[in-house]
Write a protein that binds this ligand. Structure first.
Ligand code: PEP
Ligand code: MN
Length: 336
């Protein structure tokens, strides 16, 4: 971190800042120029809040050089994190993994149909929300624990891994019992008490979705909460951010995949369904995700989207979904 004093600041003010930093255990290196005092703070500054230094009289500017997150950063760990589910199934590294399923867990028949379709396409992960954080309290809120059980049953029967969204610490015990991968939704990306619990009380993989208006740095800091709690199994998920654009439900920030790959060792997947809100865009956005180097995609599908309890407009019919998979396989063949 670099501190620049105001031109008008005297020695007394600079010394006050310096003394404060010494007392915190930092080494302070003077890099002043002729007429302005500048010094570098050497040490682990991730817990040092720049605005505390800015509060000192005579300080003009404080610039952070070190990233505010550590465990999530590529500087800390050079190699890609690969989350292993079994001998041959993993997320991260070179593979592109597709997770798919309905937005909400609905009926056993639907989940069964979806599971059979995933198996037919040689996929290994089934998703379905049982606790739905809906914008309106009058919208379908999910089947809750019954939904988790249903997803669990179908996943086990077909040898699939289950993915579902956790919204509260109180549900942790049931998630441990029934679910293989916990999703933290966009609305909860900054629910820091939930993130701490998922860091400290479980080692199950966590899909951490990017918040509706979260910067990449904020997103990685949320990942840091989970990592810092002791759970190394974090998968980031770009699901679009809110911009002024209304034609699409969200603006899928495809470049964030590249940014995250530079900044972090964590796997990153893309959700083209919430990222666009339109089923007609899902295939091409999935292919784009593959091209930019994402580790996978999470896609909403439904046997009859027009009857879906939630997010039908962005859900692919099963045959269209099979087409996405065959296009991905074709693309993988042409790229490699
Ligand atoms: C979902 O995956 O169904 C969901 C609610 O996603 P998000 O948190 O990205 O809106
Ligand atoms: Mn959804």
């Amino acid at each position: 971190m670099i501190v620049q004093m105001k031109l008008t600041a005297g020695k007394k003010e600079a010394n006050r800042v310096r003394d404060f930093l010494y007392r915190q255990g930092f080494v302070v290196k003077d890099v002043s120029s002729d007429n302005v005092a500048i010094f570098g703070i050497i040490g682990d500054t991730k817990a040092l809040n720049p605005s505390i230094i800015e509060a000192f009289e005579g300080v003009y500017k404080v610039v952070r050089i070190q990233k505010p997150y550590k465990l999530a950063s590529r500087d800390f760990k050079k190699d890609d994190t690969i989350i292993q589910f079994s001998d041959r199934i993993s997320i991260g590294g070179d593979k592109f993994v597709v997770i798919a399923g309905t937005c909400s867990v609905e009926t056993k028949e639907i989940m069964e149909q979806v599971a059979q379709h995933l198996v037919k396409n040689k996929l290994k992960f089934i998703r379905g929300g049982a606790f739905k954080p809906r914008t309106s309290p009058y919208s379908f809120q999910g089947l809750e624990v019954e939904g988790l059980k249903l997803l669990h049953e179908v996943a086990r029967k077909h040898n699939l891994f289950s993915v579902s969204e956790i919204v509260a610490e109180a549900d942790l015990e049931n998630f441990e019992k029934y679910i293989d991968v916990f999703q933290v939704g966009a609305r909860n990306m900054q629910n820091y008490s939930l993130l701490k619990v998922l860091g400290e009380k479980t080692t199950k993989p966590i899909i951490l979705k990017r918040g509706l208006s979260a910067t990449i740095e904020e997103w990685l800091l949320s990942a840091e909460y989970i990592l810092n709690g002791g759970n190394p199994n974090v998968i980031l998920c770009e699901r679009g951010i809110r911009t002024f654009e209304k034609y699409t439900r969200n603006t899928l920030d495809i470049s964030s995949v590249l940014a995250v790959k530079e900044l972090s060792h964590l796997p990153v997947i893309v959700d083209p369904s919430h990222g666009s809100g339109k089923y007609s865009m899902v295939e091409k956005l999935t292919l784009a995700s593959y091209v930019v180097g994402a580790n996978g995609a999470m896609i909403e599908i439904h046997p009859k989207p027009e009857e879906a309890y939630s997010d039908g407009a962005q859900s692919l019919r099963l045959d269209s979904f099979s087409h996405v998979i065959s296009e991905i396989n074709k693309l993988a063949g042409t790229i490699k």
